[in-house]
Design a protein around this ligand. Structure first.
Ligand SMILES: *[C@@H]1O[C@H](CO)[C@@H](O)[C@H](O)[C@H]1NC(C)=O
Ligand SMILES: *[C@@H]1O[C@H](CO)[C@@H](O)[C@H](O)[C@H]1NC(C)=O
Ligand SMILES: *[C@@H]1O[C@H](CO)[C@@H](O)[C@H](O)[C@H]1NC(C)=O
Ligand SMILES: *[C@@H]1O[C@H](CO)[C@@H](O)[C@H](O)[C@H]1NC(C)=O
Ligand SMILES: *[C@@H]1O[C@H](CO)[C@@H](O)[C@H](O)[C@H]1NC(C)=O
Length: 318
């Protein structure tokens, strides 16, 4: 488990965020923090989204302490009950709650990344390596079923033991301690797994364009302009964090080294993984082919049709 922000780490990281804050201030008028009076309540998975949110907070976006979800069911609940204002989870989760659960109050407002998924560990039914970790049956689990159902024989696929092992950071620990044979991980966890000698295979070629984590709010939340002002502050600061990472690799690798308390080699590998196909989104606009890719896998798995019109896509900051 990478530990977050000892004092020196915070200092190095803040240096990068100063750049991000400047970029955000230039990009957004009025200045984000000034426009947002009420701290945002946020829930997210503790994967790379955590780095972006930490940067946004350091840049002055008012937010309460972020809730790190244990699994997707918890994330779904926070959105549907309105207990959190903004929930970061995958686009498959958007489709699952909207088309599966019939919750049609969802709005997705900007993309964070394309999953950045790698399959780590080993699936080998002949060697009794069949324990595959997923979070819930929705989300990235569909992408993994899509991959393994075509790469294994029907008998081998039937032999798999699918274990609900929680969110990415928890599956990472379970993979390392041997309670899972394989699971999908994304940065920093796939890179940290590789640093521990585990094999990870990037999934971008298998999945094609794919939309991973996106920012979710409810349509009710968007109806209040004061909420939209806070959301805009978060969107602009998040985009500035990503732009800051992209534009200054040296400072970025320093910040990642400190944030994840790791070596600069590992931090460099994390950095490189962010810009792969299906990597970090470079702006606040959704990519239609990535949305369509996730929709195709959702439809394949659920047999539910995804309507061509997507009322849940509200790319108001694009
Ligand atoms: C979905 O939207 C329709 C109108 O567009 C509304 O009548 C219905 O109550 C909504 N259902 C849920 C579960 O929110
Ligand atoms: C296969 O693996 C499972 C779980 O890892 C273990 O319980 C079982 O004993 C193994 N079977 C053989 C034949 O090694
Ligand atoms: C392995 O890690 C998982 C996730 O932290 C934990 O739930 C499980 O108890 C651990 N198992 C062992 C054998 O240490
Ligand atoms: C959308 O994603 C596809 C596939 O990853 C990529 O080829 C394309 O350039 C992207 N479009 C834009 C506008 O970024
Ligand atoms: C950072 O990592 C080093 C080496 O693994 C370890 O000794 C140290 O305790 C870690 N620091 C924190 C704050 O976790």
């Amino acid at each position: 488990m990478p530990s977050i922000t000892p004092v020196a780490a915070v200092r190095a990281f803040r240096a990068l965020l100063l750049l991000a804050a400047v970029a955000a201030a230039v990009a957004a008028a009025p200045a984000p923090a000034a426009a947002c009076a009420r701290p945002l309540k946020i829930a997210a998975f503790k994967e790379f989204t955590a780095f972006v949110l930490d940067g946004a907070q350091a840049a002055g976006v008012p937010m309460e302490e972020v809730t790190w979800v244990k699994n997707a069911d918890e994330a779904h609940q926070y959105l549907e009950t309105g207990e959190r204002d903004v929930v970061f989870m995958s686009y498959d989760d958007t489709l699952s709650i909207t088309l599966g659960d019939g919750f049609n109050g969802t709005a997705i407002v900007w993309p964070v990344h394309g999953g950045m998924l790698s399959l780590c560990g080993e699936v080998d039914p002949a060697a009794n390596k069949t324990t595959v970790g997923i979070d819930t049956t929705t989300g990235y689990a569909r992408a993994l079923r899509y991959h393994l159902s075509s790469s294994l024989s029907p008998d081998e696929y039937e032999a798999l033991d699918w274990v609900k092992a929680g969110a990415t950071n928890i599956r990472f620990q379970a993979l390392l301690n041997g309670s899972l044979d394989a699971t999908l991980l994304n940065p920093p966890f796939n890179i940290l797994a590789e640093a521990q000698g585990l094999a990870c295979t990037p999934m971008a070629d298998v999945l094609g364009p794919y939309q991973g984590v996106v920012a979710h709010v409810t349509q009710d939340f968007l109806a209040d302009p004061a909420n939209v002002a806070c959301l805009q502050a978060l969107a602009d600061a998040s985009a500035a964090v990503v732009a800051g990472l992209r534009s200054d690799p040296t400072a970025a690798v320093d910040a990642l080294t400190a944030f994840y308390n790791t070596t600069s080699d590992t931090a460099s590998a994390i950095y490189d993984a962010l810009w792969q196909p299906n990597g970090l989104a470079s702006g606040l606009c959704f990519n239609a082919s990535q949305l369509a890719g996730t929709e195709a896998i959702f439809a394949w798995d659920t047999k539910l049709e995804v309507p061509a019109k997507r009322p849940w896509v509200q790319d108001i900051f694009c």
